[in-house]
Structure formats: C-alpha cells, structure tokens
Design a protein around this ligand. Sequence first.
Ligand code: FES
Length: 421
Amino acid sequence: MTDQDVFAAEREQIFDHSWLYIGHETELVKPNDYATRTVAGRPLIFARDAKGKTRVWVNSCPHRGAMLCRDPKGNARFLTCFYHGWTFNTSGEPVSIPSEEGYSPDFERIGLAAPAKVDSYRGFVFVSFDPDIVDLPTYLAGATEYLDLVSDQSEVGMRVLPGTHEYSVKANWKLLAENSYDGYHLVSTHQRYLEMITAAHGKIDVSAGSAGARAINLGGGHAVIAATPASGALFGRPLSEAAKSEKAERFQRFREMYGDAWVDRMGGSRNMVIFPNLVVIDLVMGVVIRRIEPVSPDYMEVSAWHLAPPEEGEELHKQRLDNFLTFWGPGGLASPDDVEALETCQRSYAARGELPWSDISRGMHTPLKSVGGEYQMRTWWGRWHELITGEALPEEPQAPLEDFFAGQRSPKQTSETVQAK
Ligand code: FES
C-alpha cells in the first residue's frame, strides 16, 4: 500500500498485461467524437473515426512527442499538434506536415501510435498493452454474464449519460477496489445515507441487505457481490406508483425476450470488480461504471459514469440522476465517507512497522460466501498475488450457486445474438 517498488511492479506485471477499461462506445456519439483518457499512466485518445469505428490512439505526436489533444473531449475531423503543426485524421493517419520539403525524399509520414489491443464487450471498450494477451471474453471470464445483466436492461441499448464524476483520493488504488464491493462497511460508514433513506421510506430493514445475497468468484480475479431484488430495494428513494408500473412493464417485455430466470436476476443488484481496476455497480437505482487510475502508491484518480436505458420515462430518469448524485457523487452522501475511510487507512499505514498487515479473512471458515464477508477481496488479491509473485494460491471452496444466481437467458437469446444487435 505504500511501497514505490511494489507500485512499479504493479504497473509492469499487472497493468501492462491486463485488459483495461477506457470507456463506453456510447460516449462517442458522432463520427470524429473523441475523449482523452489516462490509462495505466499513458495518455490516450478514445475516438470514433470518420467511418464510425471506435479507435484508441496514444495521445502523443509521433514527431517529437507533444500531447496532441489537450481537451477532455471534443469533435474534430483533424487533430493538429500545436508544437510544429503535424496533422492527423481520426483514423490515425498523417494528413499534413508543414514544410515537408525539409525531409528527405524517402521520408515516410508516421501515423499515430496505438495500444497493442483494443476490443469491446457489450459496448465496454478495453485496451491492452500486451500483444500476447488472451482475447477479451476469455479475460473477462464470468464477468461477461454480469455485463450482460447490466447491458440487457434496455430495448434500444444502454447508454452512458453525458458528464463524468471525477475525483481523487489520497490513498492506494487497491483500497478502492476493495471498498467497491465491501458489504461489511455499509451500516457503520454510510449512516448518513441510511438516515436519509430511512426518512424517505419511513423504515428500512438493513438486515434485508444481506439476506438473498452472496459473493461470487467470476474467475480471472474478478468477483461480484450480487443480491435478489428484495435486498437491493434497500437503496434509492421511493418511486411513485406510475414510475413503478412503467418499470414493471418494461421488465415484463424483457421477460418475453429473455425468460423469467434471467429477468429475475436483472432486477437484483450487483457490485462487480473486473480485475484490476474496473468497477460496475448496479444497485437498482442506477448503473455506475467506475475506473480507478493509480497515480502513485498513495494517490489515485477516479472517474465514474452513469449507464442508463434511454427509453425510460422522466421520473425514473430523474430518480436515477438523483441517486447518482446523492449516493455516488463526489459530494454525495456516500462517496465522501468512503474517501475519508480510505484516506485514514493510508495515513495510518505510516505505522506499518508496528502494524504490518490488514486482515481480510472474514468468511474464510465457510463455503457460504456472504456479501458481508471478504471472499470477493480475497479473489481479487489471489490474482494480484499470482501476477506479482508468480505463485498461484489454492482456490477457496465456495458453495454451489443458488438457483436464483444461476438463472440464464432463455435459449431464444444468446449472448452472441444480443451482442450482435
Ligand atoms: Fe508534434 Fe512536432 S511534436 S508536430
């Protein structure tokens, strides 16, 4: 959590050999839209080219390295480097070099550099700097099923809403990976949020949050804490009867498309961490995509977007935005509490000579992995340990999935047919 050498090893042994999330395809609406992102310390351009294809370029001019795009987002047919004026199109091709006659006759124009691999799953775009990495679906392993559960919640395709939550935390990046699916801290850390929800609902049963819920190892270091609709209902403000019935009607149409077992699962909640640094949280009141960017051993930057079905009515949409702000927002009623918890951990690690270890053993004694345990974190740390030390730890036994969490789409719709849409 504090060591610069460990941080360097994480960059080389984890981030240089993983699939890393850069953005969602729906953020790039029109041809030539672009957004600039930093992924594993590299400045990148996430773009849609003139023909509509999603592209990722290194945000550095191939002449002498100046940053090509310095705006967070925009739309441009041509990207011109401000240093000496080399210009490229959004397909990465050089289109003009000022005073080109100064170069030798056999000089070949250089195009934009790119990460070794770019691929997407259900609109989630990932890059990898490792040309030999396994294909993206293999890497995502069981996480694909949970991305499907999130992505199937719209008849026209889930879309990222305009706007990004951006904040930083003076703490090690691994602490936020742990915190993002830590069911144990809810009652003690988020009292203020629960008080607000209690006031809105009259009374809530916090213990319902752990009944009908469990932690699941998805393979590859990915894990989720998932819950039934009853336990997920703990979150969010109450809806009007009209909004409830609008949502129920939409889910009824999903039942005809996907079958009951799948739609029952869709109606539940899930906090997933895709190793190493992508968090997808779907807590009934909204879907958050959170990307953690490690900057130094004691500092991270966080970006979060909201994924929504564009066809939903005004009240549901307003509720969604309200939840995004009041629970997840950097100035909301939950995220600042988490940031404070993480930053105090980091400050306290100054006493690591006296207290060298954290404990994540909760729930190790039983194969029934509850959301209040720390199995999901051990899954993540097992993969971290393997990549950093080369040692694969024995897998911890987990009980077979209950029927609810094993429900699949009806045979009419497979993952491939839906993705092809
Ligand atoms: Fe970009 Fe020279 S560094 S044109």
